[in-house]
Write a protein that binds this ligand. Structure first.
Ligand code: DGJ
Length: 740
């Protein structure tokens, strides 16, 4: 890996074994983009990539000159209105009303490793040799505002991390009304656009369409990254599939309002912008103040979508997630939410926990309803102390009862919210986000605390930390159950109201950081009504997240498949729940529910006492299986093999690092009679190794399984399930292979 600068041509070349990223200083001093893709030779002069020609209707920067029109030049951090008409990377409102700016190259610095971004989550290095970083300083001479563009290239993988820091070195305050993390101009538009969209209970469904002239975008304006769209998009070549071809993934390490868009102009070049959503964003930069954008990560792969995903998985698992749990197999848990909802007593919980322990569960999680006057979703949020009518010994006493059973104890919080029926709200009604003279909307009867205010975050921290100091709590589920409306802070002046959304997220990050620091061994699981804030920003603080409130195994195929495009399997919270399922009322076999949940953090969302004896025995086997194989399931190399978005069969697999173990999950949504013959070609095995199927004891060479395929034809199709006498819909199989 290296970052080279050629003084004569003012050209930068960032490269490692896989990629090259080349840019140059344009004749007007702006930074121009020349190339991003598979590694190419080093040379001093790539000026042939700077294509200029006079074009009718273009406007030109220099008088009497027809060569430089910014609209026709690929740039690193484009501005609007000085011959470029595309959406800009940055926009600054100045005291004279102008929004024009002219950021010219001043100097640069190349350093080993990667600096952290103050107050923000970001990828990191553990040793300096892991990455190199280039900082390019640009200045707008008239306002004195500077932009520092930060580029980190990692030694391994086609990864480039980018962000920008804007500083007001002038004499006047300015307003930053757009400051994107990434602006990437590509020379053509022969791509398909992949986005991961949905709604509550159907998060991150894959949508694919051809990139067309005009703007295509996904975004969130809800104050959290959202169920609707994920801050992650992919551009892939039309011929690219899972295992071959070019793809570029763009991921934003941020949990608030975001915009990810591709603008294809009518000359077929593509500008990708990614960052904080400019709508409503207005950051006042006083003299000598700085604004740091979140980080965006680009991954280039020529090994198809699986290659891209595997690079993201490794990066986010090892160099974004942090702390004690980063590399550890995750505890198998039993959460009481779908077992009891609000209707529980201490003894009932202990009964659930006792059975869980008997089956091998390691962690019991007490969900919503343990605090304040919380017996429904109308009251209690904000009062983070146990309700003594429900838990006589408080959290300390209850946690001890769970520990006495031989299990760890976990607890649910929703730190950012308050009910009007709570002590906290009665004491501090002005602590919620609300605009003067306006109605305040609710979501699930709750209101959003103003996390842009330090005293609010401090107060919540105080209540949470007290419990964590006093009681044996090993895990926290941090929930967030509504989007933000009336985003106005009583603590900020009018000209700073455009800062509230971002300051709110900084408050969330700050609280996470304080808790992570004081309680480093507590495992955090993020949640936002399921997967409403499943993004890389949160992964920095919580190495796993509840992927969706939809726990139905069939629905989960699409949700987990879509999630896997960017996020590592160790981050995907997935549990076995009861049938009929509480969201779709579907009956699926117990083995299928487990076969889906194994590819995630694994646990149970039910009362095991209510299962039949035989089912309880199966649960014991499932848990024993997960304990034996969770390392490879959660941390192996993951491959998508057959898509639930394309057909009746879903298939994926994971392979251990040394390729001696592989587990294949095969799922058939509907049963059919007299089905065609079927095979699935496996990936990632050692072609020379001989693998034994742990169930049938049949042996195959790796090259057979990868080239001929695993035979999955089903002679029993159309018959009834031998155990239940029911139809075989929603069937699944797990194949475990070990090298012999
Ligand atoms: C939404 C979460 O996604 C559920 O798992 C559960 O924790 C409820 N909130 C509790 O209110």
């Amino acid at each position: 890996m290296s970052i080279l600068f050629y003084e004569n041509t003012k050209t930068f070349h960032l490269c490692n074994q896989e990629i090259s990223y080349i840019m140059t200083v344009l004749p007007n001093g702006h930074m121009g983009q020349l190339y991003f893709g598979k590694r190419v030779h080093q040379r001093e002069d790539y000026s042939y990539l700077y294509e200029t020609a006079p074009r009718p209707m273009a406007s030109y920067v220099f008088e009497g000159d027809y060569s430089l029109s910014l609209e026709h030049v690929r740039q690193e951090y484009g501005v609007y209105g000085t011959t470029d008409f595309r959406r800009p990377a940055i926009e600054i409102l100045q005291s004279n009303g102008s929004r024009l700016c002219d950021f010219q190259y001043q100097r640069h610095e190349i350093m080993k490793g990667k600096p952290s971004l103050s107050g923000l989550p970001a990828t990191y290095t553990e040793k300096d040799e892991e990455a190199e970083t280039l900082r390019v300083l640009l200045e707008d001479a008239l306002t004195g505002v500077t932009v520092e563009l930060l580029y980190t290239i990692f030694a391994k993988g086609g990864i480039l991390a980018r962000s920008a820091k804007i500083t007001n070195k002038g004499a006047d305050s300015v307003h930053l009304t757009a400051a994107m993390s990434l602006c990437m101009d590509l020379p053509d538009c022969n791509y398909e656009w992949l986005q991961f969209s949905g709604a509550w209970a159907r998060e991150r469904h894959l949508k694919v369409r051809k990139l067309e002239q005009g703007i295509q975008a996904v975004d969130s304006r809800r104050g959290h990254s959202s169920h609707e769209h994920n801050p992650f998009i992919v551009l892939k070549r039309p011929e690219t599939c899972e295992n071959q071809g070019e793809a570029i993934g763009f991921s934003l390490i941020y949990s608030g309002n975001f915009l990810a868009q591709a603008e294809v102009d009518t000359h077929d070049t593509t500008r990708v912008l990614m960052g904080i959503h400019p709508m409503g964003f207005d950051w006042k930069l006083d003299v000598r103040e700085s604004f740091q954008t979140p980080e965006a990560v680009m991954v280039y792969s020529e090994r198809g979508l699986n290659g891209m995903s595997q690079t993201f998985h490794r990066l986010y698992q090892k160099r974004l997630a942090r702390g004690y749990w980063r590399d550890r197999a995750r505890p198998i848990l039993n959460n009481n939410w779908e077992a009891t909802y609000f209707d529980f007593t201490e003894d009932r919980l202990v009964e659930i926990a006792r059975k869980a322990k008997e089956c091998g569960v390691e962690l019991f999680v007490l969900d919503d309803g343990w605090f304040g006057e919380r017996s429904s979703d109308h009251a209690g949020l904000g009062d983070w102390a146990a309700n003594p009518k429900r838990l006589s010994g408080g959290i300390t006493g209850f946690a001890e009862r769970i520990e006495e059973l031989g299990m760890k104890f976990g607890l649910w919080f929703e730190p950012e919210m308050v009910n009007k029926d709570s002590e906290l709200y009665r004491k501090h009604p002005d602590w919620i986000l609300s605009a003067p003279g306006r109605n305040v909307s609710h979501g699930r009867n709750q209101y959003v605390l103003d996390f842009s205010r330090t005293e609010v975050v401090d107060c919540i921290y105080g209540m949470m930390a007290k419990i964590l100091r006093e009681a044996k709590v090993s895990y926290i589920k941090w929930d967030m159950n509504r989007s933000i409306t009336e985003c106005y802070s009583a603590a900020l002046p009018p000209e700073r109201q455009g800062e509230v959304f971002h300051r709110y997220i900084l408050g969330v990050y700050h609280l996470y950081e304080r808790l992570n620091t004081e309680f480093p061994q507590v495992l955090f699981e993020s949640c936002a009504s399921g997967g409403g804030r499943f993004d890389p920003g949160i992964l920095y603080y919580a190495p796993q997240g509840w992927a969706s409130d939809d726990s139905d195994a069939v629905e989960r195929l699409k949700i987990q498949y879509g999630t896997s495009f960017c996020y590592p399997i160790s981050s995907i919270g997935s549990h076995v729940s009861v049938t009929p399922n509480h969201q779709v009322f579907r009956n699926t076999p117990l083995h299928t529910r487990a076969n889906v949940a194994y590819f995630g953090t694994f646990g149970y969302e039910l009362d095991l006492n209510k299962l039949e004896k035989e089912e309880q025995e199966s649960v014991k086997e499932q848990i024993a299986f997960m304990k034996e194989y969770r390392q490879v399931l959660q941390f192996g190399t993951f491959y998508r093999l057959a898509s639930p978005f394309e057909g009746n069969i879903t298939c994926w697999m994971t392979v251990s690092e040394n390729r001696t173990e592989a587990i294949v999950g095969w799922y058939r949504t509907l049963s059919h009679v007299n089905m065609p013959y079927m095979r699935v070609r496996l990936q990632g095995l050692d072609p020379e190794a001989c693998y034994e199927d742990q169930e049938t004891k049949k042996r195959y060479f790796g090259d057979e399984l990868m080239n001929i395929g695993l035979v999955t034809s089903d002679a029993t199709c159309g018959q009834m399930d031998g155990n239940t006498g029911e139809c075989c819909d929603f069937d699944s199989r797990l194949y475990v292979f070990k090298a012999v």
